[in-house]
Ligand binder design. Structure first.
Ligand code: SF4
Ligand code: SF4
Length: 559
C-alpha cells in the first residue's frame, strides 16, 4: 500500500521534510521542483507511515485505498512520474529506458543540521513590514518568525486578511483554502502586528513605511488582468475572469451584480486553471455550491442562472493547453456536467490519440468528441466545451455581447454567447514608490531585493510574474528572506528613523477604520455565525463597511 498525492496539492513541499524515506519528489533541491504540476509519492518506496498526510496543509495526501471518484486516477498519476524519471535516468546512463525501476525505501542519511536562514542570537531583533497577507506574504512572514526573532508588521489594503486564498481560490476547492488556516495561526503570534485596511500609497507612503521598519517586503500580487487586444472586448457582457472570480468570492470591490448569468451560453477566452474554475462554477449545481463559502449574491444569481454551456476557447492544441492535468481530471468527473471536445480541426483528435500516457492531452481520451454546430442553441443539460486551435478575433455585438468570432484552421467560427469572460492571465500593477518593469509587470529585483532600494524586497507574483500556484511562493519567500537576512548581516539595511509606537500613531491618525488581529478573528466568527444561520459553512461579508463593523463589533477596531 502507498499514500497518494491528489488534486489539491499546491506544491509547497511541506510533506517532503517529514517523509522518513525520501519518497516524495521532486524535492526543492531537485531540478524539476517548481516545474511539475504537483508533487508525487513513489509507490514503490512509500512505507505508508502517514506522516505526510498529517503535515499537508491542504489535505491532498490520502492512503491509496481511501481514494474515491476522480481521486482514484491519482494513484497512476503518482506512479507515472517515477516511471518517467526511471526511464529518463536509464536513457541518460545509456540504457534502453525500459529497465525495471529501482524502488525501495531510501532512508535519509541524517547529517549535521543546516540552518540556512537565521541570524546570530545576539543580533538585535529586526522590525519587518510585510505588505500583503496572501500566500507569498504569509510564507515570508512565517519564514521570518520561524527563523529569526523579527517583529513582523502585517499590512493589507483590505480590512480582512487572506489575499488570494480568500479572494482567488474557487469556493468549490475548500481543501486548497485550508492553507489559509495554516497562515491564520500566525495572526495571533506575539511578534506580529496587523494593520488591515491600510493602503500603502494611500494612507501611508512607501517612504513612511520604510522609515518605521528595518525592511519592507512587498507581496502585493498581480492585481490587473491581461487584455485580449481585439475589437469589442469592452462591450457590456464582456468581463475579465478577475471580476468573475472576485464576484463569486465576495470581494468588496466587485459589485454583487457585476456578473449576469442570464445567457444560455458563455464563452471563456483562455483555458488555464482560472478558466476552468470559471467554467466549473458557472455550470455547477447551485445546491452543491451552497455547501461552500461562495458569496451569497453569487449563489443567488447562480440559482436563477440560465447558463447551460460554457465554451473554453484556446489558441493552442490539447497537448499545450494552459490548464494543469489535475484540474482537467477534476473537470471530467463533475456531477451532471458533460465534458465535450469540439472536433472542428483534425489536429485535435490526432493530438489526443497520439498523446503518451503521462501527457496532458491523454486525459481527454474517452471524452466525448463532436463537431459542435454553433448555429444551434445549447442542447438541454449542462456542459463544458473545450474548443482548441481557436483564436478569438472579435467580440461581436451592438451595445452588448452577442457572439465571439474566432479564427480556426478552416475559416472562422462564430459562437453566439451572452457573456464573454477574458481569462488570459494576470498582470502586476505598479507599486507606488517602487520601480516597475512595464514589459514584465514586475518590480525589478536581485534575489528579492528591489533594485536601487536598500531595505525593500518583493516576493510572489510582483517579483516573478503571475505564474506558479500557492506552494511556489514558499520557495520564492525563502529566497527573498535569505537575501534580506544576508543584507542584515552585511549591515546593508537602512536604520529605521522611528519605532513601532510611532508607526501605530501615524497610521491611526491617517485611517480610523483599521482592523487588527482581534478584529480579524471577530470577522471570522461573524462569517461563520452567518453561515450557520444560513445552513452554510461560512457566509462571507462582502463590503468594507460590513467587514469593519464586524471587527468593531468586538471593539477591536484600531482608533
Ligand atoms: S500541498 Fe504541500 S504538503 Fe500537500 S502534498 Fe502538495 S507539496 Fe505535499
Ligand atoms: S506515507 Fe510516509 S513514507 Fe509514504 S510518502 Fe508519506 S511520509 Fe513518505
Amino acid at each position: 500500500m502507498t499514500h497518494v498525492i491528489t488534486q489539491n496539492c499546491c506544491g509547497d513541499a511541506t510533506c517532503v521534510a517529514v517523509c522518513p524515506v525520501n519518497c516524495i519528489h521532486p524535492t526543492p533541491q531537485e531540478r524539476d521542483f517548481g516545474s511539475t504540476e504537483m508533487l508525487y509519492v513513489d509507490p514503490g518506496a512509500c512505507i505508508d507511515c502517514g506522516a505526510c498526510a498529517d503535515a499537508c496543509p491542504v489535505d491532498a495526501i490520502l492512503p491509496k485505498d481511501r481514494l474515491t471518484g476522480a481521486q482514484r486516477e491519482y494513484a497512476a498519476v503518482n506512479a507515472a512520474y517515477f516511471e518517467d524519471r526511471a526511464d529518463a535516468a536509464s536513457r541518460a546512463a545509456g540504457g534502453s529506458g525500459s529497465e525495471p525501476a529501482d524502488h525501495g525505501p531510501n532512508f535519509h542519511a541524517w547529517g549535521r543540521p543546516v540552518f540556512e536562514r537565521t541570524l546570530p542570537s545576539d543580533f538585535a531583533p529586526l522590525r519587518i513590514a510585510v505588505v500583503g497577507t496572501g500566500p507569498a506574504g504569509m510564507y515570508a512572514a512565517e519564514d521570518l518568525l520561524l527563523h529569526t526573532g523579527a517583529e513582523v508588521t502585517l499590512v493589507d489594503r483590505m480590512p480582512v486578511a487572506g489575499g488570494l486564498v480568500r479572494y482567488g481560490v474557487a469556493p468549490d476547492h475548500p481543501g486548497t483554502k485550508g492553507v489559509g488556516d495554516t497562515f491564520a495561526r500566525l495572526y495571533a503570534h506575539p511578534r506580529v502586528r496587523m494593520y488591515l485596511g491600510l493602503e500603502v500609497g494611500g494612507d501611508v507612503t512607501a517612504e513612511e513605511l520604510a522609515a518605521h521598519h528595518d525592511a519592507v517586503v512587498y507581496a502585493v500580487g498581480a492585481r490587473a488582468d491581461r487584455r485580449l487586444g481585439i475589437p469589442g472586448e469592452d462591450l457590456p457582457g464582456s468581463i475579465s475572469a478577475t471580476t468573475l472570480v472576485a464576484w463569486y468570492n465576495a470581494h468588496p470591490e466587485t459589485a454583487p451584480d457585476a456578473v449576469d448569468p442570464s445567457a444560455e451560453r458563455v464563452v471563456v477566452v483562455g483555458n488555464g486553471n482560472v478558466a476552468l474554475d470559471v467554467a466549473r462554477i458557472l455550470t455547477a449545481d447551485p445546491e452543491e455550491l451552497a455547501g461552500t463559502d461562495i458569496a451569497a449574491h453569487a449563489l443567488g444569481a447562480l440559482r436563477a442562472s440560465k447558463v447551460r454551456e460554457v465554451v473554453l476557447l484556446g489558441r493552442r492544441g490539447p497537448a499545450d493547453a494552459a490548464y494543469t492535468r489535475p484540474e482537467l481530471l477534476a473537470l471530467k468527473h463533475l456531477p451532471g456536467v458533460e465534458l465535450v471536445v469540439d472536433d472542428h480541426d483534425p489536429r485535435i483528435a490526432e493530438g489526443i490519440d497520439a498523446a503518451g500516457a503521462g501527457d496532458k492531452a491523454a486525459v481527454l481520451r474517452g471524452v466525448s468528441r463532436r463537431a459542435v454546430d454553433w448555429s444551434l442553441p445549447p442542447a438541454p443539460g449542462r456542459r463544458i466545451v473545450l474548443c482548441f486551435h481557436s483564436a478569438p478575433a472579435e467580440v461581436l455585438g451592438d451595445g452588448r455581447v452577442r457572439a465571439v468570432r474566432a479564427t480556426a484552421a478552416e475559416g472562422e467560427l462564430e459562437i453566439p454567447a451572452g457573456l464573454v469572460v477574458r481569462a488570459v492571465g494576470y498582470r502586476g500593477a505598479p507599486v507606488p514608490g517602487l520601480p516597475f518593469d512595464e514589459a514584465t509587470g514586475t518590480v525589478p529585483h536581485e534575489g528579492g531585493r528591489v533594485t536601487g532600494r536598500p531595505g525593500t524586497y518583493v516576493v510572489g507574483w510582483i517579483k516573478r510574474g503571475p505564474s506558479g500556484g500557492i506552494g511556489a511562493n514558499r520557495a520564492c519567500a525563502a529566497e527573498t528572506v535569505g537575501t534580506l537576512l544576508a543584507d542584515a548581516l552585511d549591515g546593508a539595511l537602512p536604520a529605521p528613523e522611528h519605532g513601532a509606537r510611532a508607526f501605530r500613531r501615524l497610521v491611526r491618525g491617517r485611517n480610523r477604520r483599521l482592523v487588527d488581529a482581534r478584529g480579524q478573528a471577530a470577522i471570522d466568527r461573524a462569517e461563520v455565525a452567518r453561515g450557520l444561520r444560513a445552513g452554510r459553512p461560512r457566509e462571507k461579508l462582502a463590503t468594507v463597511s460590513e467587514l469593519v463593523a464586524a471587527a468593531r463589533g468586538r471593539r477591536r477596531l484600531l482608533g
